[in-house]
Ligand binder design. Structure first.
Ligand SMILES: Cc1cc2nc3c(=O)[nH]c(=O)nc-3n(C[C@H](O)[C@H](O)[C@H](O)COP(=O)(O)OP(=O)(O)OC[C@H]3O[C@@H](n4cnc5c(N)ncnc54)[C@H](O)[C@@H]3O)c2cc1C
Length: 326
């Protein structure tokens, strides 16, 4: 019996939200009086496996193979299944990144286990996992409990604090993937890096999101939004209206059919606050709205609101922030 956490890697580096999940898993394993295991897969695993020990894992299952250099669902499912068996896991957690949501669901399906997707809180109740998950655009919270022995959950990034790394060492157990290239249906033909500019939306502590208001004068508007984001080390996001207008790619979209973010501060710039947009950002700790319509629904959810023209407010705000933050 153990709690097992998938530590996701990108370019052989751990994805930070995996450590948040591992930190919470430490509490769950302690509450169950069981071992905390981590699994790392990739072309290289040594550095991340060592870090998993520092972040609280008792044991790390490492599956290193060139076949795992790029994420491919069927290969990662096979690896994770081996780790579940090796660890005798009764609880399996993954950060609810795009890959984490997909992989945890596929493994749960394969092992006929129940899954709580996109959980924002976890606890142990009567010796079993209970997960909390927002539904109906974050207006209700539901508790999910499990019938079966294996309980799987994906955990929304930034639901739990980053644990502090100590100097503990985990026992590292190497597992063999047991697959050849011919066993893997998906073939990666080419990898195109994204423009890489700026901070990743899902992990960002501050997000500056552009709406249709910015599209009024797109060149100037997006430059102002990017300047404000750069001044704070923030990620840039967008409403669907801004994405549909063709000025930013879909990966920037926040909302029901885009990304879910949970930053400390979310700047909604020229965004009205439609329910489909709020579904992706209403978990933000502080919402700051900049909108020239004082009756825009976004102001009902914003902690701070500025009624005015974004083309005047953004340059002044950016200049002041640069002065104060150096
Ligand atoms: C099934 C479905 C899924 C959807 N999924 C998503 C989703 O994932 N994400 C999403 O965002 N939307 C989604 N939508 C669309 C959503 O309903 C809204 O249409 C969209 O969010 C509106 O974007 P917006 O707030 O930028 O634009 P608008 O609603 O047009 O608001 C623009 C705002 O900018 C303000 N403004 C204009 N000019 C200025 C200025 N110069 N200075 C200051 N303020 C200014 C206006 O006062 C207005 O409040 C979805 C819709 C459907 C039906």
């Amino acid at each position: 019996m153990s709690v097992l956490v998938w530590i996701e890697q990108s370019n052989n580096q751990a994805v930070p939200s995996s450590w948040e999940t591992l930190g919470k898993a430490r509490e769950l394993a302690d509450a169950l009086g069981t071992e905390l295991a981590a699994v790392v897969m990739g072309a290289e695993t040594a550095a991340t496996a060592a870090a998993a020990g520092q972040y609280g894992a008792d044991v790390v299952y490492a599956i290193a193979s060139p076949l795992l250099a790029e994420y491919r669902l069927s290969a990662y499912v096979a690896g994770l299944e081996k780790a579940v068996q090796g660890a005798g896991a009764t609880v399996l957690l993954a950060s609810a990144t795009t890959r984490g949501r997909e992989l945890s669901a596929a493994v749960a399906c394969r092992l006929d286990a129940g899954i709580a997707p996109d959980a924002t809180d976890l606890r142990i109740e009567g010796g079993k996992l209970a997960a909390v998950r927002p539904v109906y655009s974050n207006n209700l919270l539901v508790d999910i409990t499990f019938d079966g022995d294996l309980q799987v959950a994906s955990v929304r990034p930034r639901s739990f604090p980053m644990p502090v790394a100590g100097d503990a060492k985990a026992a590292v157990k190497e597992l063999d993937l047991g697959l050849g290239e011919d066993d893997i249906a998906e073939k990666i033909l080419d990898v195109q890096p994204s423009d890489g500019a700026g901070v990743d939306l899902a992990d960002a502590r501050i997000v500056v999101a552009a709406g249709r208001g910015v599209v009024e004068d797109p060149e100037k508007g997006f430059a102002l939004v990017s300047d404000l984001a750069a001044a704070m080390g923030a990620a840039v996001g967008a409403s669907r209206a801004a994405v549909d207008a063709g000025f930013v790619p879909y990966r920037y979209q926040v909302g029901q059919t885009g990304k879910t973010v949970r930053p400390d501060v979310y700047f909604a710039v020229g965004i009205s606050g439609a329910i489909q947009h709020m579904a992706g950002m209403s978990g933000s700790k502080v919402i700051v709205a900049i909108n020239r319509d004082a009756d825009a629904p976004i102001f009902e959810r914003a902690a701070y609101g500025v009624v005015g023209d974004l083309y005047e407010i953004l340059p002044a705000l950016t200049a002041e922030l640069k002065k104060r933050l150096g």
